[in-house]
Structure formats: C-alpha cells, structure tokens
Design a protein around this ligand. Structure first.
Ligand SMILES: [Zn+2]
Ligand SMILES: [Zn+2]
Length: 300
C-alpha cells in the first residue's frame, strides 16, 4: 500500500512529476495491501507456466520438417496424454505447495525489504539485481541439485523430475513437491541479498520460469537470443542431464555452465559433444566423397 493519498501527495514527496509507469503503478497499487501485491506472484507463475511452453508444444504436434533438425532427441515423441498429465500435476503443486509457501513467506518479503512504493526502479537497477539473482540462484541450485542426485535424494525426491528423459517445456517445474519447495530457496536468496521493488521480484520469478521452460523445451534453435549470454547452458546442456537419466553426474547447473566446469561435472557432456562433433565431421566428409564419386560416375 502506498503511503500517499493522491498523485499530488506522491509528487510532492518525490519532488517531481510521476512518470507514466509510476502513474499507472500508483493507480493500481495505491489502495492494495502489500500482501495481495505479493500474492500476484502465484497468478503470474501460473500464467507463465500455462502460456510459455505452448508454441513448442504446438510445433511438436504439427511436426513441421523445417525444425526437426533442431530437436534434441528426434526419435522421442512425448504423447499429448503425458503432456496433459504433467500440466495437471504441476498446477496441483503450484496451488497446494508453492501457493501456500508464498503466502506464508510474506513476512520474509517485508523483513528483507522488498518495497512496493514509489519511485519505481530504473532499468539499470532492475538489470543489476536480475544479474545478482541469476548468479546466486545458479550457484545454490547447482549444489542442491547435485545433492538430489545422491542415492537417497534421487530415490525419494528427484526421480520424479527425471521421469521425462526427453524433457518438454511443460516438464520444467514437474518435480516432487519437496524439490519445488527446496529449490524455491535459491530463487529467493538473490532478492533477500539485493532486495528491490516488487515489480523486479515478479519479473525475476517470471524470467526464471521462462528460462527453465526454454531449457527443458527439447529443441536447440540457433537463433535463440539466450545464445548470446556468456556461459549460458540452454536446452542442449540440460537435455543431456535428462538424457543420461538417474545416473547423471553431469550438468547440474540450472542457468550457466561455469559451476559444472569449475567442479568438473561437465566432463561426460564435453566428451560426448566432442565425439558427436567428430562423427558429424566424418559424415560430412563421407557425404562429400559420395557426391564427388556420383559426379565422376556421370562423366564416365
Ligand atoms: Zn537431475
Ligand atoms: Zn530438468
């Protein structure tokens, strides 16, 4: 709830006119309790989760030839019934685990100092905070995920997320409820270390989910904008983790590749990648030789 009764009061307190986004924010949030502003997050997560994986899901159904070369596990087709079952399970987890946790954690939001008022943060402030959030989340997620691959962690909790050996966008948050709750901690640590505006918090949560959906989408498109982010893992990187399955001791990181590199948990992935590159090179040479022989044959 904003401590100003009117736009004039807010402008007097800031010593300047409100910008257009600030005016909008004032009209929207002035009479709303901070608890309800924080609760928006659950609705946003549900909307992002329901919409972001749809384009690739439709492409999976339509199977246009032009994108087949980008499919990471081309022989695997997840049936629509499994996609729907996955969606229902995740929505249940959101409503019965993530939702209540979010509501109960409201005092923490106040305690760490996430603000809801004016002025709104600048683009630079948002960008700097998002960078911190992604780095902090990636580091702690790496270690929790690695622990979940212990025998106990995998057998009791993490095996659920690995049901999809060829992941799809909808399966990004498909996991045991305990895993969802535990992995929520690294997502919250960044905002606790560098608290910002609630709008930045909403944006962070939405971005983190979109990133996870992209990482699980099952396609590696060369035009993906995330390809330009240094040390970014992406779909191919995490797909390998699912492909290897429960025995996977490779590619634990959620966003970047540097943790796996530093702690030596990307060796299997790098070896497989180099083997594949060699094979592709051999196929290319064999194909060129075949074409050449064909041309020579025609001349004879
Ligand atoms: Zn795993
Ligand atoms: Zn995964």
């Amino acid at each position: 709830m904003l401590p100003f009764g009117s736009v004039a009061e807010a402008e007097a307190a800031l010593g300047r006119s409100l910008t257009a986004p600030e005016g909008l924010w004032f009209r929207y949030s002035a009479g709303m309790h901070d608890f309800w502003l924080y609760a928006h997050n659950i609705i946003f997560l549900l909307i992002v989760y329901s919409i972001a994986p749809l384009p690739i899901a439709f492409l999976e159904l339509a199977k246009p030839k032009s994108i087949q070369k980008y499919k990471l596990q081309p022989k695997i087709r997840v049936p629509p019934s499994s996609v729907i079952r996955c969606y229902k399970e995740v929505v249940k987890t959101f409503l019965f685990a993530v939702g209540p946790l979010q509501l109960f954690s409201f005092p923490t939001i106040k305690l760490v100092g996430i603000r809801t008022g004016l002025p709104l943060p600048s683009a630079w402030e948002v960008a700097a905070q998002l960078l911190v959030y992604f780095l902090v989340e990636d580091y702690f997620n790496y270690w929790i995920h690695r622990m979940l691959h212990s025998k106990w962690g995998y057998d009791n909790i993490h095996h659920v997320h690995h049901e999809f050996t060829a992941p799809i966008g909808f399966a990004a948050p498909y996991a045991h409820w305990a895993e969802i709750l535990v992995l929520g901690v690294p997502s919250f640590l960044g905002p606790a270390i560098a608290p910002g505006h609630i709008l930045t918090f909403w944006f962070w949560m939405a971005l983190r989910h979109i990133e996870a959906i992209e990482t699980h989408c099952g396609y590696d498109f060369p035009q993906t904008p995330t390809k330009f982010i240094p040390f970014y893992g992406g779909a191919e990187y995490h797909d390998y983790h699912h492909y290897v399955g429960g025995k996977s001791h490779s590619n634990f990181a959620s966003v970047f590749t540097y943790c796996d590199y530093i702690y030596g948990t990307d060796k299997g992935y790098r070896y497989q990648k180099s083997q594949l590159a060699q094979l592709r090179e051999q196929w290319k040479v064999a194909e060129q030789d075949g074409e050449m022989n064909g041309k020579l044959g025609k001349h004879e």
